[in-house]
Structures are given as C-alpha cells and as structure tokens.
Design a protein around this ligand. Structure first.
Ligand SMILES: [Zn+2]
Length: 435
C-alpha cells in the first residue's frame, strides 16, 4: 500500500478549482503524489499527518516563461533596452555558459523558484538536457526543450544537429525522469529563426507530439525588424510557417495587433505575460483586459534573471495587476483572475491542467503553504487580494511537488542550498574580466 499523507488543520485552502472554492479548516490526503481526498480538518485518515494550523494552502505557482540558468547573470545587464540587453547577455553567455554552468545556474534558479512557492517552470535555455537534469534534481516540475537559432549560437550547434537533437528529445526527457511534463520545442523567436526553419521545427513537433514555446512581439523594434524582413508581424510569420497548427506559448506577446489576436485565438495559442521584464526593459505594457476579452489564455512569468532580476511570481502577479489597472481600469482588475493566471490558467496555457494548477481530487499534489501569522497578512477581508497584493516569497514555508515535500519549513530537502550558492558565486567570478 502506498503511504497516505494528510495535510491537516489548514486554516484556508485556496483550491482555484472551477468555482474558485476557498475552504476554511480543511485537510488534504495525498497518495502516490496524487490528491486523493479533500475534507474538513481532522476528518481524514493517513499514515502521516502534517499540521498546517495557521497556514494557507494553495496550488504551486507556475512560471510560464523563464530562463532559469540566467540567475548567474543577475544584475549583469542594467540600464538597457532589449537590444542592449541581448548584446550584453549574449557576450556573457558565450564566455561561461557551457553545459555544466547551465546546470549550476538552473540549480540556483530552481532553488529560488521552489523556496518562493513556484513549483513549475517553462524554461527556455541552452543545453536543455543539462538544465532539465539539474532542475529535476532540485525537485522542480521543469519543462525544458531543444533550442533553435538559425546561426550556430552560443552552444555551437549547427542546424542539422539541432534537428537531430530534437528528434531524440523524448527519450532524453524519459531517461531523466522527474515529475511528468509535456514535450516542448523552443525556437528562440521569429527574428532569430527563419520561416523555413520554423516550418521544420513544426514538422518535428508533429513527429514527437510537442508544443512550441518562443518569444513573440516582445518589443516594437522586434515587430519592425520582422516586418522589414517578411512584411508580416511575428504572429503572421508563425501562421504562414504553419506553426500555429501546434500548441504554441508566446513569451511576452506585448505588441499584438487585432489580426494577431484573431490568429492567436483561432489557433488556441497562449501568452506568457512577463510584466517585470517588460517594465524593466521598457518593452511596453500589456493590456490584459484586451487579451481576456479576446478569450486568450494568459499565464504569468518572470522571464530570466538578467531582465527581471528575480524569479518572484508574487511580484509578477502584483505587477500584472498594476499594469492592468493602468492599461484599462482598476475596476477590471480581479485579484482572483490574477492568481489564476499564476496557477490554473498558467496550467491551461502550458497544457498541464490535467496535472496541476488547482487543488482537486485526481490532480498531482503541487502545493504551497503560507504562514498566515504575519502582520502584513492580517486581517483577511479578501483572500485573493491578500495573495496578489500583500503576500510574498518570504511567507512560503512549505512546498510539495508531485506529492514530495521539497521545501520543509523554508529549507530545501533534496539539495544543499549553501553549496549551490557557493558554487554559483565562484562560477560567476569568471565574468569579472568581461565587465
Ligand atoms: Zn525570455
């Protein structure tokens, strides 16, 4: 018989189910990583009982667009726009980002994510086999994928090698193991990958049944550049390359025309909204109400740590709400919808809503517990307003991924965080000569 663990005496259980049910004085039973029962406090039987009195339990947060290994480049590209950012970051990446360093940066990022209550990340980065193995080791539900650039790029791979690597991706993911995740392919963008190459990537995605993640319309300059080359918007390039026949998650999607939105909606593509990065690089402001009105699924993300400097999904939620108030109206901001964009809707955006994103029987137990016994979380008039506008990473005490207790009383259980931080400091020292 598998062990049955009961999380008991939960003050507030925020399920983010279809009815947005919030249950007071609740308990959850977990068996084999799956949520098998939800009931009143003290009512569930189990082999092990974890007392969560004074805590709120919610679904783990989902970071829909990030580059975890860029934690090593935190603070490396300041006072620049996207173009300046790319120039500065690509130089640093060329200098240090071999597979081992990517793994180290990803371990650091996965640690930061988990300790702050993020349980899943859609992570686009070089050397995905190394990054995926590293993130799984730390305990994250981690979605990586083969990277595609027209040019050899920082990993020195030729195009045909990228294609071959992508064909072998399913067996690589299977051999690494870890929490269940879907397959993704990750061409960087329409300004680094030609329409012909995007068509080839689509073909591979069909062969291995993968979704696709790439940067789309992050800045006006990107739209201008793509329009100059192809006379089309980035979304129109995707559509004519046939890519929208697969499930696609756009990183950013800040500057989309009405026609782009129609194509996006028609294809069922989703947007990973990264307000922190968009604000810091001056890329632009998403009008979230416009995307919601168009019926497009939006998840939230942080982007990488050299453009938003942290992997804080609580800040991402808060910034998304503030940007929505400015671009439409405070009356349109629903903290419940914003929280869903970091959980339930993000899961839908990434096509993992059958696994995670809400606390419901049959779903995998990706959960976070927050200590409610804090002055800034007192009193509670509106639980979603509390989560979006007042709570933060420091309130997260415990985290479960796939039913495993990966953060226990604010400490990671799988790896030595101190050791990883020491190695990261040491490795980033080698960038000093480039400064
Ligand atoms: Zn990005």
């Amino acid at each position: 018989m598998p062990k049955r663990v009961v999380l008991d005496r939960i003050d507030l259980l925020v399920t983010v189910d279809a009815d947005h049910s919030v249950i007071e004085s609740a308990a959850i039973a977990i068996e084999d990583g799956t949520i098998v029962e939800i009931g009143r406090s003290g009512s569930l039987q189990g082999d092990e009982r974890i007392d969560l009195a004074g805590h709120l339990v919610a679904p783990g947060l989902i970071n829909s667009h990030t580059h975890l290994a860029m934690t090593l480049l935190r603070g490396w590209a300041e006072g620049v726009d996207l173009q300046g950012f790319l120039e500065r970051v690509w130089a640093a990446e060329g200098a240090i980002m071999d597979p081992e360093t990517c793994a180290l940066g990803t371990e650091l990022g996965a640690l930061e994510a988990l300790l702050g209550g993020t349980t899943t990340a859609l992570d686009m980065y070089l050397h995905p086999e190394s990054t995926h193995r590293a993130a799984v080791r730390v305990g994250l539900r981690h979605i990586a994928g083969p990277i595609f650039f027209d040019f050899p790029g920082l990993d020195a791979m030729q195009w045909h090698e990228r294609i071959e690597f992508a064909r072998r991706w399913p067996e690589k993911v299977a051999s690494i193991g870890g929490p269940e995740v879907p397959l993704y392919l990750m061409p960087h963008s329409t300004y680094t990958d030609s329409p012909e190459h995007l068509g080839e990537v689509t073909q591979i995605a069909e062969e291995i049944n993968a979704s696709i993640h790439l940067h789309v319309s992050e800045t006006v300059a990107e739209n201008d550049d793509v329009a100059l080359r192809y006379g089309k918007s980035p979304v129109e390039v995707l559509e004519s390359a046939g890519m929208l026949s697969r499930h696609v998650v756009y990183g950013h999607g800040v500057h989309l025309s009405d026609h782009d939105l129609e194509l996006t909606k028609g294809a069922g593509a989703a947007i990973a909204h990264c307000p922190g990065s968009n604000l810091k690089l001056g890329s632009g402001l998403i009008n979230l109400s416009r995307l919601q009105d168009a019926g497009i699924t939006v998840g939230l993300g942080t982007d990488g740590c050299s453009s938003s400097n942290d992997l804080d999904m609580w800040q991402a939620m808060r910034m998304a709400a503030h940007v929505q108030a400015i671009t439409s109206s405070p009356a349109r901001v629903s903290a419940g919808k914003i929280f869903a964009a970091a959980t339930r809707d993000a899961a839908k955006a990434l096509m993992i809503d059958h696994l995670v994103g809400s606390i419901e029987i049959g779903k995998r137990a990706d959960l976070i517990a927050l200590d409610l016994n804090r002055p800034h979380l007192t009193p509670i008039h509106d639980v979603y307003a509390l989560l979006v506008f007042a709570a933060g990473r420091g309130d997260v005490t415990d985290v479960w991924v796939d039913g495993e207790h990966v953060v226990k009383e604010r400490r990671t259980t799988r790896v030595d965080a101190g050791e990883i931080m020491t190695m990261a400091r040491h490795r980033s020292d080698s960038l000093k000569d480039l400064r």
